[in-house]
Design a protein around this ligand. Structure first.
Ligand code: NAD
Length: 488
């Protein structure tokens, strides 16, 4: 009998150290956004599937939370080596499922590895504090303990880096973890779990439940989940924050963005243009630190725009696996349709379309491509200025002064990042002191902090108190016990 062989994987959930089929029996296709080819089927798990994973994490917590910290850290050292060894394969998986160029994927793998390196410092990070004499013969000491089972919910745009913002630090602090990766990019999460198991992680400490809303809502409401780390779009982040907090959980929810770059007349035009192009069109603009608005100040506008258009025309749209490609596809055709609606809206709102990425879109018969798109004369009352479009669409707003440029930037509801390009120390100081954004860059295109600093969005770009990464991350994943002692 001839058996028809399925060409792609049917993914499983990772529960208690085993890969198991989802009970729900529901699946969704995972296409390669550059070709439309189906890479895998991802389970859309149910709350019953989630229960299995939470039970496994709960069971593992007792022993894992008592495992000596240096022993936990040693697993991270081993994990770091395995991730390094698999750098190429990891980068290729990212490009295939997400679409970004191989160069961007290599960068992402590196940023992910840095999170594991930070987590490997757990013995130092987990230390408490002691004051031997708060009063005569009385000592006070602070100890850190894990919180319990942490639920992690991640977006499609950084399938490696964002999960690694979460579970290495959570786990090394003694927690156990249930990850719900984006259903649009689930393949990399599987590889991350396989390598962590190979590094020696005991069963049940990391679990993966693939799926969508049901798993997310299940995590937010689950009696045995103690904390939630979320990264994704603003409306979902707000929902996650409010629902998880209402269910008594500790929450950090990192949300959407609309990052502005201010271009001063004294900037180095060539370097500024390179920076803006990298930030606006790199990873197809699907970055929470992407530059989506440029604010030109005074007479720099025409010089900057001429150079920007020249360089943008050199961008090659194509499959991220090909060497010549500098702009990969968007994640899905539905997302591209939404972006095309925004381009239509921008035209209707009377912004001036300087470069129309729909031209490249029509040149590809497969894949979800859209070329770099640039609007000039964008105003603060336009939807293309207000909303996160999450695509290679750049808006240019013209300002008369730095003060006006800062006021425009600060009017956004989002406040993840903001950048200034200038040679003037005075302008930098004015910008740095007055800008309402949590991650600020000076002549840097994407001022994303490294793993040992907090990823510190403000306003509607973040819901919660303690950010991801750095000491904030350690504080988020631990609870403090104060012991005050007197010995007679
Ligand atoms: P998304 O909000 O659509 O999805 C994020 C996660 O939430 C996914 O796992 C998804 O399954 C789940 N989800 C989606 N809709 C849901 C709903 N209605 N109810 C419950 N769960 C739901 O985000 P995305 O499109 O995957 O990622 C892009 C977004 O993430 C952008 O807005 C980007 O700015 C943001 N992001 C922010 C940061 C940051 O650090 N602030 C970093 C990366 C991405």
């Amino acid at each position: 009998m001839v058996q028809t062989q399925q060409k792609y994987d049917k993914l499983k959930n990772f529960v208690g150290g085993q890969w198991i089929e989802a009970i729900s029996g529901k699946y969704e296709n995972v296409p390669n956004p550059a070709t439309g080819e189906i890479l895998a089927e991802v389970p859309i798990s149910s709350k019953d599937d989630l229960d299995l994973a939470v039970n496994a994490a709960n069971k593992a917590f007792k022993q894992w939370s008592r495992t000596p910290v240096p022993k936990r850290a040693r697993i991270m050292f081993h994990y770091q080596q395995l991730l390094q060894k698999n750098h190429d394969e990891l980068a290729k998986i990212i490009t295939k499922e997400n679409g970004k160029t191989l160069q961007d994927s290599y960068g992402e793998v590196q940023r992910g590895i840095e999170c594991v390196e930070f987590a490997a410092g757990a013995p130092e990070l987990m230390k408490g504090e002691v004051l031997p004499d708060i009063a005569n013969d009385i000592e006070s000491a602070m100890y850190r303990y894990p919180i319990g089972v942490v639920g992690g919910i991640t977006p499609f745009n950084f399938p490696m880096m964002v999960p690694l913002w979460m579970f290495p630090l959570a786990i090394v602090c003694g927690n156990t973890f249930v990850l719900k990766p984006s259903e649009r990019t689930p393949l990399l999460a599987r590889k991350l779990a396989e390598l962590l198991q190979e590094a020696g992680l005991p069963d049940g400490v990391l679990n993966i439940v693939n799926g969508a809303h049901d798993v997310v809502n299940g995590l937010l409401e689950h009696d045995n989940i103690d904390a939630i780390s979320f990264v994704g779009s603003q409306p979902v982040a707000e929902h996650v924050y409010k629902t998880a907090a209402a269910h008594g959980k500790r929450v950090q929810a990192l949300a959407g963005a609309k990052n502005h770059s201010i271009i001063m007349p004294d900037c180095d035009i060539e370097k500024t243009v390179d920076g803006v192009i990298g930030a606006a069109f790199g990873s197809a603009g699907e970055r929470c630190m992407a530059c989506s608005v440029v604010v030109t100040v005074g007479d720099v506008s025409d010089r900057f725009i001429d150079a920007l258009l020249d360089k943008t025309d050199q961008i090659k749209t194509g499959n991220g696996l090909d060497d010549y490609t500098s702009l990969g596809p968007l994640i899905r055709d539905s997302h591209r349709d939404r972006v095309v609606d925004y381009i239509d809206k921008g035209e209707k709102e009377n912004a001036k379309l300087l470069r129309d990425g729909r031209v490249e879109m029509r040149q590809h018969d497969k894949g979800y491509f859209l070329g770099a798109t640039i609007f000039d004369y964008v105003e603060k009352d336009m939807k293309i200025w207000r909303d996160e479009i999450f695509a290679p669409v750049l808006s240019i707003v013209r300002a008369k002064s730095l003060e006006e440029a800062i006021e425009i930037t600060n009017a956004s509801d989002f406040a993840n990042g903001a950048v200034i390009y200038t040679r003037s120390g005075k302008a930098v100081r004015e910008f740095k002191e007055n800008i309402d954004a949590g991650m600020v860059g000076v002549n840097i295109n994407v001022p994303a902090p490294m793993a040992f600093f907090p990823f510190s969005g403000w306003k509607n770009s973040f819901y919660g108190d303690l950010h991801a990464n750095g000491k904030d991350g350690v504080n988020f994943y631990t609870r403090k016990k104060m012991v005050t002692s007197r010995w007679f």
